[in-house]
Design a binder for this molecule. Structure first.
Ligand SMILES: [Zn+2]
Length: 312
């Protein structure tokens, strides 16, 4: 009798693991299909332990390096909160551009965002707000926080071949370069999709995992970033990633392509569910924008994972 019980137990366990494998393969397939005619890559990472549940196009996702663009505003924003340079209730002015020395840097919208709060500056991806925060932080602290979010090392949850991100040389001399770095667009600043996933996992987990800065302030500040990411899906640049019945949080990016500055690539990074994060999703599209190319692909992948209809 005991042997029969054991046999049943073994059978049951193997059935469960076969099912899990089938789910992973199905997720992988859905993620690939979600791209339609677009090319790019995607990573789905489990929040609890960083395991990679699916990876689309490992060459693009794990080996190639890409300028992070506005998805890096999550790091700049957290750094500015953590260093006491800003607060969740702070307000900023955006007229659409910002002269820095002899360089004129632009916002994402030509007429500017007007008066904008800190969470809205993330949700609407206001460059001018982040140029200012980046200059106050300075290059050394921007680099420090890029390392806090592990943008300079391999992601342990992925066993395949992977590259390691390039951070810009420090110190960045010209203040305009520091401003550009704050919005993820400095010369030589490139990361993998895997690293972007690990960055968001640390935000979703509410724990930056770094000795010396992991305290109640850290957790409170990460919660501010998470709620701004939720706002981005409700009313900001990630609206196209929204799925009915699942609370998704995200951030887009549309940096100049590393190989052709006239072209842009689209990023979406995010996690769900907002209150109890299970997965991190990173989508990268060659020759696209975050808002209208990467976010809709993210919506289809989230829909597949959560088994929801593909609707707003
Ligand atoms: Zn702006």
């Amino acid at each position: 009798m005991r042997q029969v019980m054991w046999a049943l137990a073994v059978l049951l366990v193997s059935m469960i693991s076969i099912d899990a494998g089938a789910d992973t393969r199905a997720l992988q397939e859905s993620a690939k299909t979600a791209f339609g005619n677009h090319s790019g890559g995607a990573v789905i990472m489990r929040v609890s332990d960083g395991k990679i549940l699916a990876i689309v196009n490992p060459k693009v996702s794990a080996i190639q390096l890409h300028p992070p663009g506005s998805v890096f505003k999550l790091v700049t924003g957290f750094a500015a909160l953590q260093e006491g340079i800003t607060s969740a209730g702070a307000k900023f002015r955006c007229s659409g551009n910002q002269p820095i020395g002899d360089v004129l840097l632009y916002c994402t919208t030509p007429n500017g965002h007007g008066t904008i709060s800190f969470p809205e500056a993330i949700a609407q991806s206001c460059n001018v707000t982040f140029y200012g925060l980046g200059r106050k932080l300075g290059p050394k602290r921007l680099l420090k926080y890029a390392r806090v979010f592990a943008l300079d090392r391999k992601v342990p949850g992925y066993k395949g071949v992977q590259a390691v991100g390039h951070l810009p040389a420090s110190p960045v001399i010209h203040p305009a370069q520091t401003a550009q770095m704050a919005v993820g667009q400095a010369n030589g600043f490139k990361i993998t999709l895997l690293e972007a996933a690990e960055m968001v996992r640390r935000i979703a987990n509410g724990n930056a995992h770094v000795a010396g800065i992991d305290n109640s302030k850290t957790r409170r500040n990460l919660a501010v970033i998470r709620s701004a990411m939720r706002l981005a899906v409700i009313s900001g640049t990630c609206k196209n990633a929204a799925v009915g019945g699942v609370e998704i949080a995200g951030k887009t990016g549309s940096p100049e392509a590393a190989d052709d500055s006239d072209k842009r690539n689209g990023w979406f990074v995010g996690f769900a569910p907002y209150k109890k994060p299970e997965i991190v999703l990173v989508v990268f599209v060659n020759r696209g924008h975050g808002y209208d190319t990467a976010a809709p692909i993210a919506r289809r992948i989230f829909s597949a994972y959560f088994g929801k209809e593909n609707k707003r």
